[in-house]
Design a protein around this ligand. Structure first.
Ligand SMILES: [Zn+2]
Ligand SMILES: [Zn+2]
Length: 166
């Protein structure tokens, strides 16, 4: 599930994004492609600022506004999925060549775990059958608390630090 995308996938999604921008008469700036690549080379879920800070740490000069508007474009063209877990901010993850999965979110520290259980697919099919619908996708989030309270408290403290930087 959570592994960086394959090189071929990265080339392919860049191609998809290129034609999407071209069709919409949007500028094909290198920064936009760097945001796309950053997401596909990373693991898991991040908010817009995670991406911004990581690119900055990696020495990429990109403005926060560019990160935000590129994310909107990537969501529009279906290459990136936007999720909201609870009341928190939006999280982004890659959507292309990425296995269907569901999420468990910690209410304390906001930690997001992914899991994949084929039984959920079976429930989806069964519900579709009962209600006479062809179900195409679903979104399922479980909410709870980390059992590892130490790691949880640590994550909670660190997410506070990130807020101060803003
Ligand atoms: Zn996910
Ligand atoms: Zn936690």
């Amino acid at each position: 599930m959570a592994h960086p995308a394959h090189e071929d996938t990265i080339e392919l999604v860049k191609e998809i994004f290129r034609s999407y921008l071209k069709e919409g008469n949007q500028r094909q700036t290198p920064e936009r492609f760097m945001v796309l690549e950053e997401i596909y080379r990373a693991d898991g879920h991040f908010d817009a600022d995670d991406i911004f800070f990581r690119m900055q740490d990696g020495g990429t000069r990109v403005s926060r506004a560019t990160v935000y508007n590129t994310l909107d474009l990537l969501v529009e063209c279906g290459l990136v999925q936007r999720q909201q877990f609870g009341k928190s901010q939006y999280y982004y993850e890659r959507a292309y060549a990425y296995q269907q999965h569901d999420h468990i979110i910690c209410n304390e520290c906001g930690h997001v775990l992914e899991f994949c259980d084929p039984r959920i697919g079976e429930i989806q099919d069964l519900i579709g059958k009962i209600h006479g619908m062809d179900i195409e996708s679903h979104s399922l989030h479980f909410y709870g608390k980390c059992r590892d309270t130490e790691a949880c408290a640590h994550r909670k403290a660190n997410s506070g630090k990130k807020d101060l930087v803003k």
